[in-house]
Design a protein around this ligand. Structure first.
Ligand SMILES: [Zn+2]
Ligand SMILES: [Zn+2]
Length: 337
C-alpha cells in the first residue's frame, strides 16, 4: 500500500509498504479521510516527541476492510473512526480513571503507524461506529473535536460566561462552537488571518480581532467591560500563552490547549495568579469524549464542513505541507488516501 512515512525529523517520503496484518483483536481500516493536525507538523519538525520511522495521521475515518478473529462488534464494510489514543489499562493513572495520562500509551500516528496511508489498523476497543448520517470527511473531525470537548469540559463554562479564544484555526473554531453550545454568552476570538476571523463570526463569535493590528487587551476590555471569565489558548506560542493570563478576570480560568514547543518557558506573575485566584489548566487529548464528538457531528450541532479548505491525495503530501505552512486561507486540510 502507499503511505506517507516520516523517516526522521525533517524527512518524509511516499512509500510502498506492506498492508498492516491484523491481530486477533484488531480491525483493518481503509482510510477515506485523514486531517492534518498541527501535531503532525510538529512531529515532522522534530518538536513533538514521536517514534521514527512513522506513518503519521491520527484524525481519520474510513471503512472496515478486515477484522481479526476475536473482533466481535465490527464487520467488513462498517464505517468507522478511531480514538488514536490507546491506554495501557495497567499503569496507576489508567487504574484511577485518567487514561489520557497513561504512562505507556499507544498513540496511532505518533508512537505507532497512523492514517496517512491507504490502510491503518487499530485495536477494536478504540474503534467507533459512525451514524448513517455522518459522512467520512466529517467523521475525521471526531478526534480533534473530542480533544476540544475535553478542553471545554475543563473550562467548566457556565451559562452566560464571557470567553476569549486565542486562535481561530480548526481547533479554535471547534472550541468556539462548543463554548456556544455550553452556554457562553459573549465570545471574542483572535487570529491574524482574515478568512478565519470571518469564519469565526459566521460560526458564532461576537467579535473577531486581528492581534497584528488591534490592541487586543484594550479592545477586549472595552467589549466585555472587563476581562474574560474563561480564556481558551489555542495557538501554543509564547506570546499567546502569556497573553492568555492577561485577558482573564479574577476568579477566571485559563485553558492551555495549544501545543507549545516543549522548550518554551512562559513568564508568570505569581502574585497576580494568587491574588486573583486564577486557574490555569492544561488540556491534553480526549479522555472519554469520542462518543459525544461523533454525536455532535452527526446531529449537525458542530459545523465542520466549512472548515475544510484543502483536499490532497497521498501523492500530493508535499503540496499539503506547503499549504499548511504558507496558504493564508488554509483552515483544515484533509488527506484523501
Ligand atoms: Zn491532532
Ligand atoms: Zn496506562
Amino acid at each position: 500500500m502507499k503511505a506517507i512515512v516520516f523517516e526522521e525529523k525533517g524527512r518524509w517520503g511516499l512509500k510502498d509498504v506492506p498492508v498492516p496484518k491484523v491481530g486477533v483483536d484488531e480491525v483493518l481500516i481503509k482510510v477515506d479521510s485523514c486531517g492534518i493536525c498541527g501535531t503532525d507538523v510538529h512531529i515532522y519538525e522534530g518538536v513533538f516527541p514521536a517514534n521514527f520511522p512513522l506513518i503519521p495521521g491520527h484524525e481519520f475515518a474510513g471503512v472496515v476492510e478486515e477484522v481479526g478473529e476475536g473482533v466481535k462488534d465490527f464487520k467488513i464494510g462498517d464505517r468507522v473512526t478511531v480514538n488514536p489514543n490507546l491506554a495501557c489499562e495497567k499503569c496507576r493513572y489508567c487504574r484511577k480513571g485518567q487514561q489520557h495520562l497513561c504512562l505507556l500509551p499507544t498513540r496511532l500516528g505518533v508512537t505507532t503507524d497512523g492514517g496517512f496511508a491507504e490502510y491503518v489498523k487499530a485495536k477494536e476497543v478504540v474503534v467507533y461506529h459512525l451514524p448513517e448520517k455522518l459522512d467520512l470527511e466529517l467523521a475525521s473531525f471526531a478526534e480533534p473535536l473530542s480533544c476540544c470537548i475535553h478542553g471545554v469540559d475543563l473550562a467548566q463554562i457556565k451559562t452566560g460566561n464571557s470567553v476569549v479564544i486565542l486562535g481561530a484555526g480548526p481547533i479554535g473554531l471547534l472550541i468556539l462552537q462548543l463554548v456556544r453550545i455550553s452556554g457562553a454568552d459573549r465570545v471574542v476570538i483572535t487570529d491574524t488571518i482574515e478568512k478565519r476571523r470571518k469564519l469565526a463570526l459566521q460560526l458564532g463569535a461576537n467579535l473577531a480581532l486581528d492581534p497584528s493590528q488591534a490592541d487586543v487587551e484594550r479592545e477586549i476590555e472595552n467589549f466585555l467591560r472587563g476581562k474574560a471569565e474563561v480564556v481558551m489558548e489555542c495557538v501554543g506560542t509564547l506570546q499567546t500563552e502569556e497573553q492568555s493570563l492577561k485577558l482573564v478576570e479574577p476568579g477566571g480560568t485559563v485553558i492551555w490547549f495549544g501545543v507549545a514547543d516543549p522548550k518554551t518557558r512562559v513568564r508568570i506573575n505569581p502574585f497576580y495568579i494568587y491574588e486573583n485566584e486564577i486557574t490555569i489548566k492544561g488540556s491534553f487529548v480526549n479522555p472519554y469524549t469520542m462518543e459525544r464528538a461523533i454525536r455532535l457531528l452527526a446531529e449537525g450541532r458542530i459545523r465542520a464542513h466549512e472548515l475544510i479548505t484543502h483536499r490532497f491525495g497521498l501523492d500530493k503530501f508535499g503540496e499539503a505541507i506547503r499549504a499548511y505552512r504558507e496558504d493564508a486561507d488554509r483552515v483544515k486540510i484533509l488527506i484523501k488516501p
